[in-house]
Design a protein around this ligand. Structure first.
Ligand SMILES: [Zn+2]
Length: 219
């Protein structure tokens, strides 16, 4: 019994010693996501699940809350009741978004691994984009890390998120235009990974999103 207690104590000590190293390692590989996880000890203010910096005016906050509420309603009509309760981090300027969001040029992004954090830039403030990001968070929450990361192709994840994202750039009309009336659609088999899906010209990436959206819509 005493020996078992010793082993448990030793195991706990090893974990305690490794935790800071793991956290540091995570910060070096995923700095933006680590900052999101630590948002409660940052200088962001919090109201329910919305984080923002002091100085963001009340009108902007009310508009963000309205967009989030409309997006949640739209998504729950599409998927049934939502199971994930993401935190939303609003970044008031580009420098802030670079610290918490991502460098891909997208107006919003979702971190999922260590809790769901949806990071919004100023350009991400609309119902379409927020509804899109909520679907990513919801999919992860429902299927878990391994299936989200390794079993679901990127085109499926994005195509699903596009079902409640009605931006005209990714509409059927847009797809028709970019694909020579559906004659030159990209092969979904070649859009399974992030590097395949998000690389290339702006036009090609729009085509990838619109094709994924169109495919899932027609299932
Ligand atoms: Zn997306």
């Amino acid at each position: 019994m005493r020996r078992r207690r010793k082993l448990v104590l030793r195991g706990s000590l090893i974990i305690l010693l490794f935790l800071p190293l793991l956290a540091l390692g995570h910060y070096f590989v995923f700095p933006e996501e680590t900052r999101c996880v630590l948002i409660d000890i940052s200088d962001f203010s919090k109201d329910n699940n919305l984080y923002f910096k002091a100085g963001v005016d009340i009108n902007t906050l009310n508009i963000i809350r309205k967009y989030i509420s409309d997006a949640e309603k739209r998504d729950s009509e599409f998927l049934g009741s939502l199971t994930c309760k993401p935190s939303f981090i609003y970044c008031n300027n580009e420098a802030e978004y670079a610290k918490y969001g991502n460098g891909s040029g997208s107006p919003a992004c979702t971190h999922t691994k260590l809790g769901a954090y949806i990071v919004l830039s100023k350009d991400g403030l609309n119902t379409n984009i927020i509804a899109h990001e909520i679907i990513h968070a919801e999919l992860y929450h429902r299927i878990g890390f391994f299936r989200y990361q390794f079993a679901i192709p990127v085109w499926f994840n994005e195509g699903l998120a596009m079902q409640t994202d009605y931006r005209a750039d990714f509409s059927e009309d847009s797809l028709k235009k970019y694909s020579d009336s559906f004659r030159n659609l990209p092969s979904l088999r070649k859009l399974g990974t992030a590097s395949q899906f998000y690389s290339g010209t702006n036009e090609k990436i729009i085509l990838n999103f619109a094709t994924s959206r169109y495919t899932i819509q027609n299932w």
